[in-house]
Design a protein around this ligand. Structure first.
Ligand code: ZN
Length: 251
């Protein structure tokens, strides 16, 4: 009998080996086959308080799994809520390295990643021809839970990019002028794909670099301590996000 674990944490952050053990004991590892390729291994973990959750190391490199495969696999596992933890480049000059922010909106600047299921064979029925797709982004309830659990984390507008190329100074100024705070490689198009399949999506981002248009000193250890702080809260995040859904993301 498979365990019910309604939450997936996608860890797009480089961490020391074994640090994921803070998210609980490893119960099972699984590879999920999807029409868009295999996903995994995903790890099922159980926290000290008995909460089960799925954990997936995740990379924004161009060699990554098709984002559609990742989100399709989440649905196949019965996951209702996805939390992505990414690192990002601050274009907002007020954000220091090591600062964690809560994603509240997104500008999609990706070009290579398939950003919708609707063009995939077998998925046409999800939307009527000629209809535009609702551009709902982050789950309001899950995002509110993140605000409560990370009270020192400001709300942030994310720019989703393909990577691995870093932004130019001109792009950084342009993103900032558009209202963005942080550039991230692992949030778009995943956020849109999740919502197409009725999955809640929320994200936190830990700033690990300054954009090319800034000259700011990078201090030793500031990113590491920021990551440790965020990591320490993740078991509680998993517990909060496992509560029954009252949002409208599934419709
Ligand atoms: Zn939701």
């Amino acid at each position: 009998m498979a365990e019910h674990a309604p939450v997936l944490i996608m860890v797009a952050v480089l961490l020391p080996p074994r640090s994921l053990d803070a998210l609980g004991l490893l119960v099972e590892e699984r590879i999920v086959r999807t029409p868009f390729g295999n996903v995994g291994p995903l790890a099922l973990r159980r926290t000290g308080s008995g909460q089960s959750l799925w954990v997936q190391p995740y990379s924004g490199l161009p060699t990554r799994t098709d984002p559609r495969a990742t989100i399709y696999a989440a649905r196949a596992l019965g996951i209702q809520r996805v939390l992505t933890w990414d690192t990002g480049v601050a274009v907002n000059h007020a954000l220091p390295r090591g600062q964690t922010v809560v994603a509240v909106d997104v500008i999609d600047a990706t070009r290579q990643q398939p950003g919708t299921f609707f063009k995939a064979a077998g998925f046409e029925a999800l939307v009527g021809l000629g209809e535009s797709v609702e551009s709902a982004t982050f789950c309001p309830d899950a995002t509110n839970a993140l605000h409560a659990l990370f009270p020192a984390a400001p709300p942030a507008v994310i720019v989703g990019v393909d990577g691995p190329r870093r932004e130019t100074a001109a792009e950084a100024r342009a993103y900032r002028a558009l209202g963005a705070d942080v550039i991230c490689p692992n949030i778009a198009p995943e956020v849109f794909l999740a919502r197409e399949l009725g999955i809640c999506f929320a994200a936190i981002v830990t700033v690990d670099a300054y954009s090319r248009d800034q000259v700011r000193e990078a201090l030793e250890g500031e990113v590491r301590s920021g990551l440790e702080h965020a990591m320490a809260h993740l078991p509680e995040v998993a517990q909060r996000l496992s509560a029954p859904r009252t949002c409208h993301c599934a419709t």
